[in-house]
Design a protein around this ligand. Structure first.
Ligand code: PLP
Length: 356
């Protein structure tokens, strides 16, 4: 998989910053590290690392016999005639898949809920994909994308359900590149292994990759997820001890995280390894973004939410104690998105793509 990611033109590990004396003091921490996913192949989120590996899995019946992942995705350019790609998205996964489709010269259709803001739809269109707006929530968009599958219209979903598991599983495996980079970057600066990892939650695939990665390297940090109160599907699953589907509307300013159902393949890892979930209201998320700016972190709302959740936990001795953190924990925050373009700069979203 490392070869596949490195085959994508312009691959380089994203930044891991540890220069946060203000946060170290504020949180009484030994170290604060932030992995900044605001520029993956020029896109403002981490999603291409999952979508690219999942694409290989999804295309397995269409791949030329002489191609293997270490040949790289660009070697498939122009060799998959007649195939097109489908996904549902809260924004970032769709943009990532559209980017990959463009690289491979494939058509791509991305299904989004009508709750997804115009500027997010525009980013997907800007990668050359057709955006199909579905009335309802993210779950409705997922259902519409699954219903559009044919032999040549291949679904690359980052969420899973009974009978559709291997591609989303590959998405989470793809995310392990982020964690591998993190571990290498921490080791190369002799930084301590994290005691606390904070990760934003949509359907939970990224958090499951975090949990699986640290288990694989024999480390057991406290893993905390953060999601919008308006779409707290992982918290609902943990409370019910089973996956539940939230009904809409699931709108919050945490664009990317407004999901109603935890991914089936992520659930076992989340159930076993997620130590706490913080659900944030919009104003708390905004406060996190302000804190990010103060730290000169040019990141998006999901990253701001991760900072806000860390702040809410680490400033309270009782919460630190409940989580069993050491006196001066080493903290790793996954800042999963970049700062959204200002509304005035947003390209116009084409009218014809708005029809279901
Ligand atoms: C920016 C951002 N952060 C975090 C997540 C959460 O990832 P997951 O859906 O795997 O939980 C998403 C999901 O789309 C996202 O777009």
């Amino acid at each position: 998989m490392a070869e596949l990611h490195q085959s994508l033109p312009g691959y380089r590990p994203t930044l891991l910053r540890t220069d946060f004396p203000g946060l170290v003091q504020r949180w009484c921490a030994r170290q604060v590290a932030v992995k900044i996913e605001n520029d993956r192949w020029g896109l403002p989120s981490f999603k291409v690392v999952g979508a690219s590996w999942a694409l290989v899995r999804a295309l397995r019946d269409h791949l030329p016999a002489d191609w293997a992942p270490d040949a790289g995705l660009p070697a498939l350019k122009g060799r998959l005639t007649g195939v097109s790609l489908l996904a549902a998205s809260e924004g970032n996964h769709g943009e990532a898949l559209a980017y990959l489709a463009r690289l491979l010269e494939l058509d791509c259709r991305v299904f989004v809920s009508n709750e997804v803001p115009d500027h997010v739809r525009s980013r997907i269109c800007a990668q050359g994909a057709e955006v199909i707006v579905v009335p309802g929530t993210y779950d409705d968009a997922v259902a519409a994308s699954a219903a559009a599958v044919t032999e040549d219209r291949v679904l690359v979903s980052d969420t899973s359900w009974s009978g559709y598991e291997d591609v989303p599983q590959a998405v989470a495996v793809g995310y392990s590149t982020i964690l591998r980079e993190c571990s290498e970057q921490l080791t190369s600066t002799s930084a301590p292994v994290p005691d606390l990892v904070v990760v934003p939650l949509g359907v939970g695939a990224l958090a499951s990759a975090v949990i699986d990665h640290f288990a694989r390297i024999g480390s057991d940090p406290v893993v905390v997820g953060v999601e919008p109160s308006a779409a707290a599907c992982v918290m609902a699953a943990i409370s019910a001890d089973r996956i539940v589907s939230l009904t809409g509307p699931l709108e919050s300013r945490l664009s990317g995280l407004n999901c109603g159902t935890t991914s089936m393949v992520a659930w076992p890892s989340l159930r076993a390894g997620l130590d706490a979930v913080v659900a944030l209201d919009d104003d708390e998320g905004v406060a996190g973004s302000v804190l990010a700016e103060q730290m000169k972190l040019h990141v998006g709302p999901c990253s701001g939410a991760a900072l806000a959740a860390a702040d809410a936990l680490l400033k309270h001795p009782a919460r630190r104690a409940v989580l069993g953190l050491p006196e001066q924990p080493s903290v790793l925050i996954l800042a999963t998105d970049g700062r959204p373009a200002p509304a005035t700069d947003a390209p116009t979203y084409p009218q014809e793509a708005q029809n279901v």
